[in-house]
Design a protein around this ligand. Structure first.
Ligand code: GCB
Length: 608
């Protein structure tokens, strides 16, 4: 291959910039001034990453010349002698947001690189304004280019990121190109093995956000820890002159309004006493309008105020003991067989949870889209949010730790204003080792330092008590570090038959509340048999009955989130005619039909 020839052919266009732009996470993207880039995007499937690596396997975005073979350059042959081996204009389109697996049959099992392109014009409403591009999430790694310039990359499939594009944006004919790569990696978070579909693509909203030269990039507002009437938080400006600015914060319904003056970093903390607050709760999910006014911008949000804590065996919501009637949920719309991404998907899933009688959901096993949290706020559903530290990630690897902490911090940053979020979960079913306990304890320290108002937990595993037949416990040093002891148990499915529940007792010595973060078993909707026939609805129904009887005897039991609301896709589930690529532990089938066990749990929750 002769690189020189290529340079010659495209001499008219000079060097690509490799400077990356800082990543910025903007608080409350949903209610900002924005232009959606959702809709049809062109895409090119590139399994060998030809558009990214040259034939010496060097990234083309590190070359110091214009390379037409670099797909992010969106090159076009301009005379008959030229050769360009791709063409977005001749390529198919796909809906964004949306995973590629459910939109193109050829990509159902695909794990690799797909390039996406969106062209757009953009006229700023004021010349001095700044402009950002924001992605709700891209699974798993995104390399982002605008008009041939690299904006940067983001790793982690479930959290938002964005870049400022003020200097590159043109009024006409911008082309935004994203290289999306969902190859699983041993050192990534999550790692190569997980029990869910590795949906690839730009799976959440893409927006252009326009802001004044200095703008409120972030804010926090909540009840101060251990206080029922002190509202505290901060606002933070970003821009060139952020010092000494006045920003007004008001909650009209409380008759509250205050001017905050920023320090030299653009930060203004606040703390004020409000004596009459209607607390947010599942029974009365009261949200207050919050208005933040800064010079030329107004930001609106809806905020609930509530206290959550643990005391002895109890979980206290606004000072009162509460039982978490929950269900686990994957971010999937089973009816569509793809990633859930919009408010309608969220409404379907959370309405099912409400019908079941839930006041709590566990959003497993990674941060779900923001609509879920906002709707949970509105519907009065408490939420467990989870970092994708799942099974056997590389606990001894520093890169892996950094990736885990980054995703945790992005999740916490996005959802810190949601009253529905009561629990930050660090991990799920991770194998005991020194490296792992160090890793998770470090995440816990990070979490507590960042947010002292919520509860910390992790889904742990169980083991037998030595010398005591049929007695189970949680023998994991993590029980000392978490606020709530949560564990997954599969008695009647992975261990023994449902009747084994009758012979099982629990010995949990810590004076902490206990949540069963998972239990359950598979059933194919419409398959019937006796209570011993695997995969039948009757088996699952009986398994629920027996487990609920057994778990009810744990004195510290303060909640549960059985596995799982609806059947979900998993490449690990291979049994033809029954699983066909679906994990069948749903209480609702992939077509939306309720299985018998649904009604058992619903009845149980009525008594709670
Ligand atoms: C578990 C995992 C969950 C699986 C589930 C199952 O323990 O936490 O991700 O999907 O079991 O169905 O086996």
């Amino acid at each position: 291959m002769k690189v020189n020839k290529r340079i010659f052919l495209f001499l008219s266009v000079i060097a690509v910039s490799v400077v990356c732009f800082p990543q910025q996470v903007i608080q409350n993207v949903i209610s900002r001034e924005k232009t959606s880039l959702n809709g049809k995007w062109k895409y090119i499937v590139d399994p060998y990453e030809t558009g990214y690596y040259n034939y010496r396997q060097q990234p083309r975005d590190e070359e110091n010349y214009f390379d037409p073979d670099a797909i992010f350059n969106n090159a076009k042959a301009t005379d008959k002698t030229q050769k360009v081996e791709y063409d977005f204009d001749l390529s198919p389109t796909m809906n964004i947001p949306g995973d590629w697996n459910s939109q193109d049959d050829k990509l159902f099992y695909y794990e690799g690189t797909v390039w996406f392109k969106k062209s757009f014009d953009y006229a700023k409403s004021e010349p001095g304004n700044r402009v950002y591009v924001n992605f709700g999430a891209v699974n798993y790694r995104a390399d982002v280019y605008l008009n041939g310039k690299k904006l940067g990359f983001h790793e982690g499939g479930f959290t938002p990121f964005g870049f400022e594009i003020t200097k590159i944006l043109k009024p006409k004919d911008n082309f935004l190109i994203v290289k999306v790569d969902n190859k699983r990696r041993r050192d990534a978070v999550p790692t190569v093995n997980a029990d869910w579909w590795n949906y690839g693509g730009i799976t959440r909203d893409v927006d252009i956000i326009e802001t004044p030269a200095s703008f409120v990039i972030d804010y926090l507002i909540q009840l101060k820890k251990d206080s029922g009437n002190v509202i505290s938080g901060y606002i933070r400006l970003d821009g060139i002159s952020v010092s000494g600015k006045t920003v007004t914060l008001s909650i009209p319904e409380m008759g509250f309004s205050r001017n905050l003056v920023t320090d030299e970093k653009g930060y203004a903390g606040f703390e004020f006493v409000i004596n009459k607050i209607t607390y947010w709760s599942p029974e009365n999910p009261k949200l207050y309008n919050l208005v933040i006014k800064n010079d030329k911008e107004t930001i609106n949000d809806r905020i609930g105020f509530r206290m959550i804590s643990v005391k002895g065996h109890d979980i206290l919501l606004n000072g009162q003991p509460v039982f978490l009637k929950g269900i686990s949920i994957h971010e999937e719309n089973p009816l569509r067989g793809g990633r859930a991404y919009c408010i309608e998907d969220a409404r379907m899933l959370l309405t099912w949870a409400k019908e079941l009688g839930c006041n709590f959901v566990r959003l497993a096993h990674y941060p779900h889209n923001e609509y879920m949290l906002r709707l949970a706020d509105e519907m009065g559903i408490m939420v467990w949010e989870e970092n994708p530290v799942y099974w056997s990630i590389m606990f001894e690897n520093e890169t892996t730790y950094n990736l885990a902490e980054k995703q945790l911090s992005e999740m916490m940053s996005r959802d810190k204003n949601r009253s529905s979020v009561i629990i930050w979960s660090m991990a799920n079913e991770t194998p005991l080792s020194n490296a792992r306990i160090k890793f998770i304890n470090k995440l816990i320290s990070y979490t507590r330092l960042t947010d002292n108002t919520r509860i910390v937990s992790a889904a742990m595993e169980i083991s037998g008590v030595e010398g005591k037949e049929g007695v189970l416990t949680v023998n994991d040093p993590l029980v000392e570090s978490v606020d709530i002891i949560s564990f997954n148990e599969y008695i009647g499915w992975y261990s023994g038959l449902p009747d084994a529940c009758k012979e099982t007792t629990w010995e949990i010595k810590q004076d902490k509340p206990v949540i069963i973060s998972e239990f359950g078993g598979d059933a194919l909707y419409g398959m019937h048999g006796d209570t011993l026939t695997r995969w039948s609805e009757e088996y699952q129904e009986n398994l629920y009955k027996k487990n609920l009887d057994m778990l009810g005897k744990i004195p510290q039991l303060r909640g549960m989130s059985p596995w799982i609301l609806a059947d979900f896709r998993s490449p690990r589930r291979l049994l033809p005619g029954i699983q066909d690529g679906w994990n069948r532990k749903g209480l609702i089938s992939e077509k939306g039909y309720k299985k018998k066990a649904f009604y058992i749990l619903q009845k149980y929750y009525k008594t709670k």
